[in-house]
Design a binder for this molecule. Structure first.
Ligand SMILES: Cc1ncc(COP(=O)(O)O)c(C=O)c1O
Length: 348
């Protein structure tokens, strides 16, 4: 059956007709020679939006994250990460493989570090010690939960980083979702960071691309490292053109995705399903179907038979993500299907 509602991720969004038109008409040049005006415009606009000096277009969030790690750390150094973060779990061990640093994972429920734990994790000087070279943040936090983390939650982390002279890097793949949910700007949420990664191809619906943003020196070095790992691009204006639409038109509509996610959450609760309610939520719905007696894999299979795709996280938990290709009526349809499934005998 043809898939009609894909809630697995906001990465499944297809470029809008306006983006496709912009790709067709993009003025392009060889970007390795800095001849592509559309790429330059996108990089300048994103640096301006984030209140930083410069930006670099890369292929993916993963590439931006790993370039940052390679710039800040050398083999034998240490990078502090959240144990639930993308950079630690879903980048094929990139930190250790590419920068040679070892990640030191710390657990967090809120998306902020516990100050005492962070303090212990920062290595003291010593002949036997690795050097802590970077502290990574992620906002929204946790790709199966999508928590928007307010700037104030980072106060102790910022103080510790400053005290020890350790840079702060933010994986802001969904930072525009965080800004929409917290009713603030991306510059406000990331101003204290030395550098930031933001993705164009998630809620912002561009077909691909990410921006690494920071100081001019940092971006000059990032450009060299991107080249080293084969990420230099030629007529990349065809990627930058939809990216410009993502930043200028799509960021403003993310509140709609958050409303649809909330419609989904309350509807699911009405059906007796537990949903994650901790913190300021965005477009990711994390549900626990344990009370219904269903197993997540069977639940997902049955939904798939009705043209609804969801992601299984664990034995009883799933993720549903709203995005530009999901309307309120789709949410109503999904809730209706789940209601019908649950009225059947619960599955063991
Ligand atoms: C929080 C976070 N960071 C980074 C990435 C990596 O982005 P990409 O898939 O473009 O490499 C993702 C992808 O889903 C993500 O969720």
């Amino acid at each position: 059956m043809e898939t009609i509602i894909d809630l697995r991720s906001d990465t499944v969004t297809r470029p809008t007709p306006e983006m496709r038109e912009a790709m067709k008409n993009a003025i392009v040049g060889d970007d390795i020679l800095r001849d592509d005006p559309t790429v330059i415009r996108l990089e300048e606009l994103s640096a301006e939006l984030f209140g930083k000096e410069a930006a670099l277009l890369t292929i993916s969030g993963t590439m931006s994250n790993e370039i940052a790690a390679m710039i800040y750390a050398r083999p034998g150094d240490e990078i502090i990460v959240f144990s639930e973060s993308h950079i630690y779990n879903l980048e094929t061990g990139g930190i250790s493989a590419l920068s040679g640093a070892q990640p030191r994972p710390l657990q967090s429920d809120s998306g902020a570090y516990d100050a005492a734990e962070l303090c212990r994790a920062i290595m003291p000087p010593g002949v036997q010690r690795a050097r802590t070279r970077l502290i990574c943040l992620e906002n929204t936090f946790h790709l199966d939960r999508g928590l928007a983390v307010a700037k104030g939650r980072y106060a102790e982390t910022i103080a510790l980083a400053r005290k020890h002279g350790i840079p702060l890097f933010m994986d802001g793949a969904r930072i525009f979702n965080a800004a929409a949910a917290l009713n603030t700007t991306v510059a406000d949420l990331t101003g204290f960071c030395d550098s930031v990664d933001v993705c164009l191809c998630k809620g912002l619906a561009a077909p691909l691309g990410s921006l690494l943003i920071g100081s001019k020196d940092f971006i000059d070095e990032a450009r060299r490292i991107r080249q080293r790992i084969g990420g230099g691009m030629r007529q990349a204006g065809v990627i930058a053109a939809p990216g410009l639409i993502a930043l200028t038109r799509m960021a403003g509509r993310l509140a709609e995705d958050h409303e649809n996610a909330e419609q989904l959450r309350s509807g699911l609760e009405g059906l007796g399903i537990r949903v994650d309610r901790g913190g300021v939520l965005t477009n990711i719905v994390n549900l626990d179907i344990c009370p219904t007696g269903w197993k997540a894999s069977l639940f997902a299979d049955r939904l798939s038979g009705s043209g609804i795709k969801v992601k299984v996280c664990a034995e009883h938990t799933l993720r549903m993500v709203t995005h530009n290709d999901i309307q309120s009526r789709d949410v109503a349809f999904v809730l209706d299907k789940i209601g019908s499934m649950l009225r059947e005998r619960p599955q063991a």
